[in-house]
Design a protein around this ligand. Sequence first.
Ligand code: ADP
Ligand code: PMV
Ligand code: MG
Length: 396
Amino acid sequence: MSEHGLLVSAPGKVILHGEHAVVHGKAALAVALGLRTFLRLRPGGGERLRIHLPGVGPPSVEQLDVLKEFAGIAADASAPDSLAVLAFLYMCLAISAKYGDVPSVDIAVWSELPTGAGLGSSAAYTVCLAAALLHACRAISCPLKDGEATARWPEEEMTLINSWAFQGERVIHGNPSGVDNAVGTWGMVPTLRILLTNTKVPRSTKVLVAGVKEKILKFPAIMNPVLDSIDAISQECQSVLEAMPTNPSPEYYPILEELFDINQHHLNVIGVGHPSLDRLCRVTASHGLHSKLTGAGGGGCGITLLPPGQCSLLTLHEAVRVQSPPLAALSCPPADSLAALAFLLADATPLAVEAAKRDLCACGFECWETDIGAPGVTLHSSSSLKAEVLHALSES
Ligand SMILES: Nc1ncnc2c1ncn2[C@@H]1O[C@H](COP(=O)(O)OP(=O)(O)O)[C@@H](O)[C@H]1O
Ligand SMILES: C[C@@](O)(CCOP(=O)(O)O)CC(=O)O
Ligand SMILES: [Mg+2]
């Protein structure tokens, strides 16, 4: 362990399709995001906390109640710090009980991810915790060799990290599907360009997931077909994504766009929409772009599909408006007109995206174009981390 201690990171995620439905056994399509949570673990002082739990396995309500009482957390607490402390306590004690004591440690966590916005910050946190705690009690190896910047664990150790991260998610979420911790652990390959918009409306995954369950119990004959339809959307989207690399034909994008629109309506039907998300979709639609909420909904983040080098008629209008000379004034022979049009088409998306971003920011939202596809849980040497991250970890 370096003077900075053990340094671990895990990515957030974006769900393209299947949020909520995945909790009820349906498919979901999720990709890792280029925004990460970082954790630093250092040996602690002499004082330590030691509790024996009667058994190890999924946290029971009784175990959580005991832990809450121990940590002075109210029984119905849902504040971020309470849930984070509870997940840490549970994981620390259960991992100690199973693999031998986690030594006295000092842990700092810092994240590039907004918390509670649908980007899987809870799972990125529990994945980092699982990796660090398992490492501290030597249940997994230290794959980082001298002189290496980063390293990842072998497959069977990642499986262990994933399973403990899932237990941590259970403490934070109540009834997680496991998709977020899987993406945080394994990472996912890049697929699409997206615009990510945070409405900044706070919400709790736990409350939203419970609300969907209540609706399904109340109206099973109405809600179950909606979940089946979301499942079919995920399958359809997956086939399109699989077909695209071998045949990068422009007609695929309208299908992906339409799937976004249909799913967004479904998510409203199951009760996880929000006026801020409706607004986000309307604003991007006015620029020919298609959006849906991502994650638990009820506020938080939306994603907008960015088709490379394509544009819809609306977008073309916009390009024509801002180009100089305007398209209407072009008086060139047909071949040149086509070349001019091709130029406009190729350039139209960035223009539409810039205009959409401007309008989204005017609504008080925060948005950024981001890479999707990122490595899963990773061990870092201190020299491989940006000074900003090291500084944030030493401040926390
Ligand atoms: N960096 C972090 N440090 C500590 N706890 C965190 C961190 N990120 C997330 N959490 C925990 O996860 C909870 C948010 O989880 P959730 O409601 O599922 O939203 P999200 O979409 O961000 O995963 C927070 O209330 C907090 O308990
Ligand atoms: C709504 C759900 O499908 C995703 C929740 O993601 P997030 O916590 O909002 O990032 C719940 C789950 O899969 O556990
Ligand atoms: Mg979460």
